[in-house]
Design a protein around this ligand. Structure first.
Ligand code: 4NP
Length: 152
């Protein structure tokens, strides 16, 4: 079982988008039973709130539902619970360390560091551009799953 936690700031835009897109990718490869996939935010600002309507709308266009997901804050215990803790941007990584402590087992990564063009995923909360976020997340997830498949 591979346990993956996607992390952003609020857990209403980027990390739930990554969570549901990755679940879809894994389902389509017939690997659903091999993964536990969740998302969380470093801040408690949006705690309990549903996925941002622009994310829900974008995912609905490709037939993916976000029903039942509510924002939750990252907890210290998540570090033990997950194998991969995947941040959307460098700032998240700093905030993740603040919550979970040192990354003793090398579990914390930035999503687009799996690609040949390492960079942050821009926050659509500020850019209002959910298409760029979507494309960047897909690019990162495709590279991430390739790496997982290589080492299976
Ligand atoms: P996210 O976007 O980190 O991609 O979920 C944000 C959502 C909410 C806030 C910031 C970023 N906020 O400040 O409430």
């Amino acid at each position: 079982m591979i346990k993956v936690l996607f992390v952003c700031l609020g857990n209403i835009c980027r990390s739930p988008m990554a969570e549901f897109l990755f679940k879809d990718m894994v389902n389509k490869k017939g690997l659903r039973d091999e993964f536990i996939i969740e998302s969380a935010g470093t801040s408690n600002e949006e705690e309990g709130n549903p996925v941002h309507y622009r994310v829900t709308k974008k995912l609905a266009e490709v037939g993916i539902k976000t029903d039942g997901k509510h924002a939750r804050q990252l907890e210290k215990y998540d570090y033990n619970k997950f194998d991969y803790i995947i941040a959307m941007e460098q700032r998240n990584i700093r905030d993740i360390y603040r919550i979970v402590g040192e990354d003793r087992e090398n579990k914390v990564y930035r999503l687009l560091d799996f690609t040949s063009n390492p960079r942050d995923i821009a926050d659509p909360w500020y850019t209002h551009n959910f298409d760029i976020t979507y494309n960047d997340i897909i690019e990162g997830l495709e590279c991430f799953i390739k790496i997982l498949e290589k080492y299976r």
